[in-house]
Design a protein around this ligand. Structure first.
Ligand SMILES: Nc1nc2c(c(=O)[nH]1)N[C@H]1C(S)=C(S)[C@@H](COP(=O)(O)O)O[C@H]1N2
Ligand SMILES: [Mo]
Length: 307
């Protein structure tokens, strides 16, 4: 194996060497294992995407790009400016309050999250509504595991998520154009879908602030803005939550926000996307390539009306 100077050992290097080691044992994780079984050996530079059928292989976005090109408006709307403004963001102590229409509301601190849930690797395609995308090896656990613990009542129809509101640490909150705090929501079946995870890490490392540390949502078949960062509150509710983006631009951002190449944003096409770190554009897939797993939830729904 090629020697890498220690100064250049990024989590990506460590992650890749560990993965190739695991590969020789014939196991990379559920999604990849299926692909490996079908095709024999995985090409070094591609990775099986979790879900989205067993035949797709996508190149991972580099660790450097994943941690330096971000949308996190509580810090700044400048994608390459988040990293420096978020440096040193305090993520400990941290608690996530889980309540609303549940039998067993709970306060989850990081210790309780770490000991209660086992993170697994999920390689997901992520598609930003602005037309760029990444392929990220997340670490996380299904949101359904947490929701089952708190026992939603029969009145619970939606899940509402809220990001921390901390003006002392987040200079972007002074931008009064946005109705802070950042809010997002999912319908109950979407929240319970196995693809929906709470992520605490990526590339085998703990999440950095710019990616939503210490815990964020990841919903790979929806536009990136649904994957809300740095969550402090999760409520089970009976009415459809109004997200920050719905409040800021109701004609441009709907509640569902499913990736759909056939439904354009009012100001641009959604037919293609640019993979960060690669050249040119590629076609955007229905439900971001996760049609098999999620299309059933929207059967009979007009996806133009419910955008
Ligand atoms: N709280 C909060 N969550 C957020 C955002 C944000 O501005 N604030 N941006 C969203 C958007 S538009 C995208 S594309 C993804 C980007 O995630 P990443 O920076 O980890 O790639 O985070 C989403 N989650
Ligand atoms: Mo986005």
């Amino acid at each position: 194996m090629k020697k890498i100077p220690s100064s250049e050992i990024t989590p990506e290097h460590v992650y890749r060497s560990r993965r190739s080691f695991i590969k020789t044992l014939g196991f990379v994780g559920a999604g990849a294992a299926v692909l490996a079984a079908c095709q024999g050996k995985l090409p070094e530079e591609t990775s099986a995407v979790s879900g989205g059928g067993s035949t797709q292989a996508d190149k991972l976005t580099s660790y450097e790009d994943v941690i330096s090109y971000n949308n996190y408006y509580e810090f700044t709307t400048n994608k390459t400016g988040v990293v420096s403004l978020a440096e040193g963001f305090k993520t400990e102590p941290w608690t996530v309050e889980v309540g609303g229409l549940v039998n067993k509301p709970g306060t989850y601190d990081l210790e309780k999250i770490r000991s209660g849930f086992q993170p697994e690797e999920r390689i997901y395609r992520m598609r930003c509504v602005e037309g760029w995308s990444m392929v990220i090896p997340w670490l996380g656990f299904p949101l359904s595991e947490l929701l089952k613990e708190v026992e939603p009542t029969s009145e619970a129809k939606y899940v509402r998520f809220q990001t921390v509101y901390d003006p002392d640490q987040m200079p972007g909150l002074s931008n009064t154009y946005f109705p802070w705090p950042y809010i997002e929501g999912l319908r109950m079946d979407e929240a319970m879908n196995d693809l929906t995870i709470l992520s605490t890490g990526l590339y085998g490392e703990e999440l950095l602030p710019q990616n939503g540390a210490p815990i964020r949502l990841v919903v790979p078949w929806k536009y990136g803005f649904k994957s809300i960062k740095s969550i402090v509150k999760i409520d089970l509710v009976s009415e459809m939550p109004v997200s920050l983006w719905m409040a800021a631009g109701p004609t441009e951002y709907g509640f569902y926000a499913n990736v759909n190449p056939n439904v354009d944003h009012p100001r641009w096409s959604q037919a293609t996307e640019r993979r960060i770190g690669e050249s040119g554009r590629i076609p955007t897939e229905m439900f971001n390539g996760y049609e098999e797993e999620v299309a059933g939830m929207y059967e009979g729904m007009d996806l133009v009306e419910y955008f």
